[in-house]
Design a protein around this ligand. Structure first.
Ligand code: SAH
Ligand code: SF4
Ligand code: F3S
Length: 474
């Protein structure tokens, strides 16, 4: 007789079933099977994500694969049966963060050998096999190019293999369904990798060569998102404006193709590289109403000698002209950027040129970093490495300019009515909600998150701080 186990009790099918038709018995057996599945404690997965938006998007895809495999979710790694650390190696500090997390879980694995430990992302790609030697408790070390092949890699782990997946591959079209963190706004990868060789940067070594996704596949993904109720998409790429070079199209054409997808009301893209940023792209953005007026275009330095030694492929004059063009076509655009201070050999005067560029252009936000030598990159072994004190002194000084510029840029919103997309409540004040303007500025306003989440509302701006605004909904 058919026996099943529910919550640890053995039970048999009641004799009363004996007289039932075959079909009914099959149905009851099926239902009992379901009880069996449901009563096995569900395995739990946890992912900690470090680094950039690309990593966040990869984590959502890996989470999608785990969900498909039947995993439930936990925010606490200690409760998890499978843990993925999705890592970043852009700077030394970012890289070291992960080792302390890993060490702890490696110890836990000695007590619970069924724990599956995965190291993904850029540190995984950079260190590869040597990580397995350093931390033998790891089951899987996988580079970013494998984010949508997690299922097959875990199958090999289940067969008892210790897997290192870091070889360059052609990234297959995404068949995984991401488990997205937001149900309002979604990331959509459009180009993987980077073909530049900035002399300070590890990314080309961790993310591999440029690979653009086919426009039709991207369109399909966005149509699906529109049907699911998403209202905003952010297209992602290391150098998003290099999109299409390998498949004979470009970002402007893609923006036109996806623009009219029903449901989607805001389209964003990041990160742009000054070298590929064209007037055609600016005009496209100015013309298409759903493209948000926000451009993230790192300049890295305002000094031509440094730019040349960084191998960035543009001068500060060219960068300035580009920003002027943006402001000509899209007068209200917000412009954000990244900058590095303390590059090897950077003199005080060269650093001043960076500050000057920022004072002239008044950015809405600049992400700044002190130069961090990365293994295997050319600049890491150059002479003229600056000491930590000089680097941190420059970092503090540039950050003051960042705040001053952002404050100035914020003032233009005072007295204006802005459309914001409400995303969450204000964690410090539950009577307030927070959303973003089209230009990506954070705005706080009174309201009930349960009524407003995912809605577009008009807000009259009454207060302008450097990095956020406050207003009244009208
Ligand atoms: N592809 C983008 C940037 C991606 S990396 C571009 O070229 O603009 C994100 C940022 O990390 C960079 O813009 C840079 O400012 C910073 N970064 C990269 N390597 C770094 C290093 N070795 N030290 C400090 N900051 C670094
Ligand atoms: Fe790094 Fe340069 Fe590529 Fe940006 S363009 S990811 S800074 S190598
Ligand atoms: Fe970090 Fe890799 Fe992104 S190094 S910044 S996670 S591309």
């Amino acid at each position: 007789m058919h026996e099943i186990s529910t919550l640890g009790h053995a039970r048999s099918i009641p004799p009363l079933l004996a007289g039932f038709t075959r079909k009914a018995v099959a149905w009851v057996e099926h239902a009992l099977d379901l009880t069996k599945i449901m009563s096995t404690p569900q395995k739990l997965a946890h992912i900690t994500t470090f680094g950039c938006q690309m990593n966040k998007a990869d984590s959502e895809r890996m989470a999608g694969s785990l969900q498909k495999l039947g995993y439930g979710w936990t925010d606490d790694p200690e409760q998890a049966n499978l843990i993925i650390y999705n890592t970043c190696s852009i700077r030394d500090g970012a890289e070291h963060k992960v080792y302390s997390h890993l060490g702890r879980q490696a110890k836990r694995k000695h007590k619970d050998p069924t724990l599956t430990l995965v190291l993904a992302g850029c540190v995984a790609q950079q260190e590869g096999e040597s990580l397995m030697r350093r931390i033998p408790e790891l089951d899987l070390v996988m580079g970013p190019q494998y984010a949508n092949r997690l299922e097959e890699l875990l199958e090999r782990v289940a067969d008892g293999e210790q897997v290192v997946a870091t070889e360059q591959i052609e990234i297959p079209e995404d068949i995984t369904k991401p488990r997205r963190d937001s149900d309002i706004s979604a990331w959509v990868n459009i180009i993987y990798g980077c073909n530049e060789r900035c002399t300070y940067c590890i990314v080309p070594y961790t993310r591999g060569i440029e690979q653009s996704r086919q426009p039709e596949a991207i369109l399909q993904e966005i149509q699906e998102l529109g049907k699911q109720g998403y209202v905003e998409v952010t297209l992602l790429g290391q150098n998003i404006d290099a999109y299409g070079r390998d498949i004979d199209t470009n970002l402007s054409q893609l923006l036109r193709l996806i623009h009219d997808v029903p449901g989607i009301q805001r389209i964003r893209f990041a990160t742009s590289h000054p070298r590929y940023f064209t007037e055609e792209l600016i005009r496209t953005c100015a013309e298409l109403p759903k493209i948000c007026e926000h451009f993230h275009i790192p300049f890295q330095s305002g000094d031509n000698q440094i730019l040349s030694r960084m191998a960035r492929g543009y001068s500060h004059q060219r960068y300035r002209e580009m920003i002027a063009k943006i402001r000509q076509y899209v007068p209200d655009a917000s412009v954000t950027a990244d900058a590095i201070v303390g590059f090897p050999g950077e003199t005080e005067e060269q650093f001043q040129n960076t500050l000057q560029l920022m004072e002239d252009l008044i950015f809405d936000l600049v992400n700044t970093a002190a130069y961090s030598p990365r293994p295997g990159t050319p600049a890491a072994i150059w002479e003229g490495q600056l000491d930590e004190d000089t680097k941190s002194d420059r970092l503090q000084r540039i950050n003051r300019v960042v705040t001053d510029s952002a404050f100035k840029a914020s003032q233009r919103y005072l007295g204006r009515t802005e459309e914001i997309l409400v995303e969450a409540d204000n964690p410090k004040n539950p009577d307030q909600v927070v959303g973003r303007t089209r230009t990506n500025r954070l705005v706080f306003t009174d309201g009930d998150i349960h009524q407003l989440r995912g809605k577009f509302i008009a807000v009259l701006i009454t207060e302008a701080r450097a990095f956020s605004l406050t207003g009244k909904s009208v």
